[in-house]
Design a protein around this ligand. Structure first.
Ligand code: PAF
Length: 286
């Protein structure tokens, strides 16, 4: 695996794979890699011979009171993991390589970006779309792979690909879970041992809603009441949102149907966690 820090050498390294026509896939990450990220490399290799993983803690997508400074960083450990899973190139730019002095242009998403996670993280999705658009332009992949755990992010990137005509096929890979149902997340590293236990309530709530849906309940209000009661039984966890959403628009759905999304965000101690499931779809480890 080549480790490349600058844009020009990365572009040069991609000339031959691009000429070969065997496909280039991009897996954008902020590092602190776990099995969820590594599974994205597997999905990328199903579609392309050359897999570029980027590792960049993007300052633009963190609010002033968020965890940019303490976000877990382990470049050497990440490089070992990415290489062991078969990434061909690890792109690890410094902030000034991506954001040069005088930068004035951003990619600003539409109204969906102000809902759900966007409501408590103003500007977050502008930061995400701006860095992803830059990575798309730098790597020019045929395929880009993202995780379902950040479903609002995936939905907005999908809209950007469509609306800005990026010639890229986007793959959204299923959530990878711990044995007890907790979705893998780099931010799980912040959880104390008791909070790690409390964190189980997020997946418990959405699994309970899925079970009720599978049993015939389609009222979103009834499903949300049910999931809300599961969360309320864990007083250390503060619910931010728990909702049944339309699959493509992520608008609140009055009735659940196969393909609807059930998504949750909650604070466990000081850590904000998110999770989701797609109703009527198998959840590999759920
Ligand atoms: O999901 C993430 O890790 C980040 O939001 C992404 C897509 C790499 C952009 O910084």
């Amino acid at each position: 695996m080549q480790i490349i820090e600058r844009i020009d050498p990365l572009r040069r390294a991609l000339e031959e794979p691009r000429r070969s026509g065997k496909g280039i896939a991009l897996v954008p990450t902020m590092g602190a890699l776990h099995e969820g990220h590594l599974a994205l490399i597997d999905r990328a290799h199903e579609r392309a011979q050359t897999v570029v993983m980027s590792l960049f803690v993007n300052p633009l997508q963190f609010g002033p009171n968020e965890d940019f400074a303490r976000y877990p960083r382990d470049r050497d450990g990440d490089a070992r993991l990415a290489a062991s899973r078969g990434a061909d190139i690890l792109f690890v730019p410094q902030p000034d390589e991506l954001y040069r002095a005088g930068r004035t242009v951003s990619v600003v998403p539409g109204a969906l970006a102000t809902r759900w996670d966007g409501a408590s993280r103003p500007g977050h999705f502008t930061g995400v779309l701006t860095v992803v658009a830059k990575l798309f332009n730098i790597v020019q992949p045929d395929v880009a792979v993202f995780g379902q755990k950040d479903i609002q992010q995936a939905t907005l990137i999908h809209a950007m690909v469509r609306d800005l005509d990026f010639p890229i096929r986007m793959i959204v890979a299923p959530i990878v879970r711990e044995h007890d149902g907790v979705a893998l997340s780099s931010r799980n590293a912040y959880l104390s041992a008791p909070d790690r236990k409390h964190a189980r309530v997020l997946s418990r709530a959405i699994f309970a809603m899925r079970e009720a849906f599978d049993g015939g309940e389609t009222s979103a209000a009834a499903l949300e009441r049910l999931g809300g009661a599961v969360v309320a039984a864990e007083p250390e966890v503060t619910l931010e949102y728990l909702a049944v959403m339309h699959a493509e628009t992520l608008e609140p759905a009055p009735a659940a149907a196969a393909g609807s999304i059930v998504a949750i965000a909650a604070r466990v101690g000081t850590t904000r966690l998110i999770d989701n499931i797609i109703l009527g779809a198998p959840d590999p480890a759920g």
